[in-house]
Ligand binder design. Structure first.
Ligand SMILES: Cc1cc2nc3c(=O)[nH]c(=O)nc-3n(C[C@H](O)[C@H](O)[C@H](O)COP(=O)(O)OP(=O)(O)OC[C@H]3O[C@@H](n4cnc5c(N)ncnc54)[C@H](O)[C@@H]3O)c2cc1C
Length: 380
């Protein structure tokens, strides 16, 4: 069967690899990363970065499972795509010990048999002496099969692996999808692709491309990139990826020091306190070109300094990105028709789990039912 996959991002590239390995003829349609955000007039993706947290540790059993299933295949993807993208630094989640989220996480840790250790208050500084939290904090550390991935290099690996299995990558923006008696016709700026079926995995732009009636909320996100000098990068080198929250509205995450393509080492923090929705493709594109929200960046700097006392930042800058959510907080994976399927709305957790979400998208476009545990996914 000839299957087109729209969106050469995290979920689309994963779906392309799975479908190509099953022996289908695959055309992956989607542009490469723009060289310059400010001049770019096309679509954007949420994978233009070097750091995304990966973990099985999650309060929600579905998100824990898709993470775990993907992590189990990281080695295979790196080998097949000849590109390394995963760094095992471990991942920690910290919050008030009496909070419902910490209780949910403890339940999922037990039910899903996740290997990790939990520390309270003073015990935390014995394992992570650089970090400081208020009294009453509980921290759970998943030391193995957790850390961070380069989403940029994961996409490169998935596309290379898919191509090795015979897939074609067409770096075009799909502008229209029409269902015909013979299959589907996907228009792009230089022509069209005729396929038997299509899987749309166009990230934040999926709803605009398909005209979906089921709501997907695309939220603006700002991260702050803190450049570290060599001594500070060395001092913080053993940090795990970290997610931390408190009862005052802080809900942040931080990647350990990572070297970026500009040669500098950055500590990256994110965690907008307010969800600002972006309505329509034009608003999404304008946000990516905006440079991000400097007030959010200031808040993130302050929050990071609170957990990392003595942090020495050489310089910092804000970067914009977006995340897409369904109201149920599960991805949208399903069929619009026997020929048109969709896999999108990563709910801020689809980098680490993109390989499994892509596999579920592949299942759907082939007309097969999702496994029972994945039936929480939202139908389009
Ligand atoms: C700041 C930030 C931090 C995050 N941190 C984490 C984290 O720590 N861990 C984690 O697991 N997840 C994290 N995420 C979420 C994760 O990055 C997203 O869930 C993931 O990128 C979604 O994958 P996707 O394939 O749906 O979309 P994308 O990765 O955005 O890919 C969509 C692709 O579709 C393409 N496209 C769009 N329109 C068209 C069109 N018309 N035709 C062809 N192609 C098109 C785009 O160019 C893009 O390449 C974070 C997200 C943000 C913004």
């Amino acid at each position: 069967m000839h299957i087109a996959v729209i969106g050469a991002g995290l979920i689309g590239a994963a779906a392309a690899r799975h479908l190509a390995k099953m022996g289908h003829q695959i055309t992956l349609i989607g542009p490469d990363e723009p060289a310059n955000f400010a001049n770019h007039t096309g679509v954007f993706g949420s994978h233009y970065d070097e750091g995304r947290i990966t973990r099985s540790l999650d309060p929600n059993p579905f998100w824990s499972r898709v993470g775990r299933n993907s992590i189990a295949r990281y080695g295979e993807i790196a080998r097949e795509g000849d590109t390394a993208f995963y760094t095992e630094t471990g991942c920690a989640i910290a919050g008030p010990k009496d909070s419902p989220l910490i209780a949910e996480m403890a339940k999922t840790v037990q039910a899903e048999n996740i290997t990790c250790s939990t520390y309270q208050d003073g015990e935390i500084s014995t394992v992570l002496p650089m970090l400081s939290f208020p009294a009453g904090t509980s921290l759970t550390l998943e030391p193995q099969n957790a850390g961070h991935i380069s989403p940029r290099r994961l996409v490169v690996a998935q596309i290379a692996a898919a191509k090795r299995q015979g897939a074609t990558h067409l770096p075009q923006i799909a502008t229209n999808i029409t269902e015909t008696a013979q299959g589907v016709r996907i228009a792009h700026a230089s022509g069209h692709v005729q396929a038997d079926r299509v899987l749309v995995a166009a990230g934040a732009y999926s709803a605009a491309l398909l005209g979906l009636s089921t709501p997907i909320d695309v939220m603006q996100r700002t991260v702050v990139m803190m450049q570290l000098g060599p001594d500070e990068a060395h001092r913080l080198a053993s940090l795990p990826s970290l997610i931390w929250f408190d009862s005052q509205g802080i809900d942040c995450y931080m990647l350990p020091p990572i070297r970026y393509p500009d040669g500098n080492v950055y500590l990256k923090t994110g965690g907008d306190r307010v969800d600002v929705p972006l309505r329509g493709a034009q608003a999404i594109t304008a946000w990516f070109k905006s440079g991000g929200d400097t007030q959010v960046a200031q808040m993130l700097l302050q929050a990071t300094r609170a957990v990392l006392p003595g942090l020495q930042v050489a310089s910092h800058h804000a970067v914009p990105c977006v995340t897409s959510y369904t109201q149920a907080d599960y991805p949208m994976i399903g069929q619009l028709s026997p020929r048109i399927s969709v896999a999108t709305a990563g709910c801020g957790r689809a980098a680490k789990s993109s390989d499994e979400l892509g596999r579920l998208g592949a299942t759907t476009v082939l007309g097969q039912p999702l496994p029972d545990w994945a039936k929480v996914c939202v139908a389009p």
